[in-house]
Structure formats: C-alpha cells, structure tokens
Design a protein around this ligand. Structure first.
Ligand code: GYE
Length: 306
C-alpha cells in the first residue's frame, strides 16, 4: 500500500489499503452479484482492489494468489473454487506476512492458521433447509419419490455441503430416493444438458434438487422442451434466490428456493480494515439467510436487489 499524502497533522496517518481478490469466475447470477458487491464496496472503502477472475480453474487462482504475494498486497482474499489443494500457496502467503481472508467458499486445510477467517454461508444448513421442505411435502407419501440432483462444481464447498445437508435430512424418509446425481458446474448451459440426459434415462422423475438457481433455470428449459410442466410434473428446489430464480419461483416453476446471500462486500471490507488495524476477528463469520416458497417469492420479487 501507499501512504496517503496530505493527512492533517495530529490525526493518525491513514494508509491506503491494497486488496488482492481472486474470484471463482462468472458462472452464475449469484457470482455476478457477488463480484459487483465486492467491487462496489472496495471502491466505497477507498481500497485499491486487484481483482482476478479464475474462470472456475484452481490453477488460475493459485497463479493469481502468487501474483498478489509478489506485488506485496496488504491483504489477500479469495473464494476458493474447490476445497482441497491450497496448503502450499497459503503457506507462501503466510511466510510473506500477508493475511488471507476466505470468502464464500471454504478450504479443507487442517492448518487453520493459514487464513484469518472465513466469511460466508453455511452450505450444509442450506442443504438441510432444502431437505426439510421436501420431507414435509412428502411426509404422507406411500410410494417412492424419485429425486434427481444437479450438483455444483465438483469438489467445491457448496456442492459438497449442499449434498450432505440434503441427504442427512431426507434419509429420515426411506421413500425419498436420489436416483441420479451429476454435476452441472453451477451453469445454466450444463444444467440444461444434464437435465436432458436425466429425462432420457429416467421416465419417472418426481423431484429436481439443483444446487443453484442457474442450473434449475437451465433444467426448466429441458423439462419444458420435453413437454412437461416444471413445478407441477417435476417439483423443483434450488439454492441462491437470485432475481431470475425468484421470477421462476413466482411463476410456480420453482417450488422452493433456499437463499444464499452474495452481498458479502461490505462485511469483507470491514474485516479487511480490522485485519490491517491489527484487531482480532472472529474465525468464522456466517451470513444470515432465509427461504422462499412460490408465494413468498412473488411477494419478495419487487424488492430483490440481485
Ligand atoms: O450458490 C452458485 C455459485 O459459492 C455460494 O457458487 C456460491 C455458489 C452459488 O456459482 O450459484
């Protein structure tokens, strides 16, 4: 960082903070809202933001982190595309004395001294909320309910955790059966493609659980193209609650959405400031979230920010 010139004598000299941020990519509506939130709030805070888009590839993220280390940024923050394989580069940042803040997605490093904090959602809880709604819907079902699952990016924290939380809850009802699971990489295009394959392979799909809205929206196209009614012939649950997802829910095409808040920027900038100021920060900062049925989506839609 650079010294700010022209500070009044008597006041503490403020240093302009340089933040290196490595983003996952631009795979979804959630991600676009997250990126905008980070860029806007860095600007607002007066930080110099070095922003890098990894296009959903871990190798690109590792390169970006190394370049931030080389540039001696004050703080590094990133949303790790997958959970594993970060120890080496995190150790390099630590050795260089640069604090790292995880946002949105977690890493599975055993050594938690490699990062200051993790700011983001509880994805296991999100999966549980999806499972709880479904379990309630089918509590009186006497026959098998066939569920297909569109998973997020393989090896990512939200894919791992949303699957885990969902499975944990639905296992209480043996009629609820996951008959197929495949990754749709959190994108619309892949969600559509995989749903097409699911529809070909299985004539009797009752429920789709999509790990994000974008994959659900892609799947809706495939379902409609197959002559079926999304939300009626196939019950659809997704996660995120971005505008397009909420729109589909308000039209009854998505039956239930678990919210995942992408507006992490303001909280992140505050944590960055605290870290630079040498204040202690919580090791885990969880964002607050809700859920929406179709009816609730209709009500909330006009005031949705993203
Ligand atoms: O749910 C999905 C995005 O990591 C929480 O990534 C994020 C997920 C989000 O692509 O839409």
């Amino acid at each position: 960082g650079e010294e700010n010139a022209g500070g009044n004598s008597g006041t503490k000299s403020t240093k302009s903070i340089t933040l290196g941020f490595s983003q996952v990519g631009a795979e979804s509506g959630w991600r676009s809202a997250n990126t905008k939130s980070i860029q806007d709030s860095a600007k607002e805070a007066g930080y110099t933001l070095k922003f890098s888009d990894a296009q959903q590839k871990q190798e690109n993220q590792i390169k970006a982190l190394r370049s931030f280390i080389q540039q001696k940024v004050d703080v590094i923050s990133f949303s790790p595309v997958v959970e594993s394989g970060w120890d080496t580069v995190l150790k390099e940042a630590k050795d260089a004395g640069i604090p790292v803040i995880l946002t949105d997605r977690a890493v599975d490093s055993k050594d938690t001294s490699l990062y200051v904090t993790f700011l983001g959602s509880d994805f296991v809880e999100e999966g549980r909320k999806a499972g709880q709604w479904l379990t309630e819907q089918y509590k009186d079902a006497a026959e098998d309910i066939n569920i297909v699952e569109l998973q997020g990016t393989t090896g990512s924290a939200p894919a791992n955790d949303r699957m885990q939380g969902f499975k944990e809850v639905i296992s209480s009802n043996p009629n609820l059966k996951i008959i197929a699971s495949q990754t749709g990489d959190f994108t619309r295009a892949k969600g559509k493609e995989v749903m097409q394959a699911f529809l070909k392979a299985h004539k009797d799909i009752d429920v789709l659980y999509a790990h994000n809205d974008d994959m659900a929206l892609g799947a809706i196209q495939a379902i409609e193209a197959a002559g079926l009614k999304p939300g009626e012939d196939i019950i659809i649950i997704s996660v995120d609650a971005v505008k397009d997802g909420m729109q589909a829910a308000s039209e009854g095409k998505i039956n239930f959405i678990v919210e995942c808040n992408p507006l992490l920027g303001p909280q992140l900038m505050k944590v960055v400031q605290d870290v630079v100021d040498g204040k202690s920060v919580e090791a885990r900062i969880v964002t607050e979230e809700t859920t929406f049925t179709s009816e609730q989506a209709k009500e909330a839609l006009p005031n949705r920010q993203y």
